[in-house]
Design a protein around this ligand. Structure first.
Ligand SMILES: [Zn+2]
Length: 79
């Protein structure tokens, strides 16, 4: 995933590093496993299972898995 258009019309891309679009999300269990060693270095942290993008305008969240360009989950703000 490099860019997409949110349903609100906002163009999202992760070309900027760092950016405010991509969220780095681990479950507590995954994070526990990652930190379960004496010293953790940033390069030792594996990529998260899901690629999570959030639209900065409408706050919709798109969850991608692997190289699939269709999101496996989409969340929209209720309030
Ligand atoms: Zn949006």
């Amino acid at each position: 995933m490099a860019k997409m258009i949110c349903t609100c019309g906002t163009k999202l891309s992760n070309h900027e590093v760092p950016n405010d679009i991509e969220l780095v999300v681990y479950t507590d269990r995954e994070w526990e496993k990652i930190c379960d060693c004496d010293s953790i270095q940033p390069w030792m942290i594996p990529l998260p299972k899901y690629d999570v993008w959030r639209c900065p305008i409408c706050k919709s969240i798109y969850v991608y898995e692997g190289d699939n360009e269709t999101p496996v989950m989409i969340y929209r703000l209720e309030k």
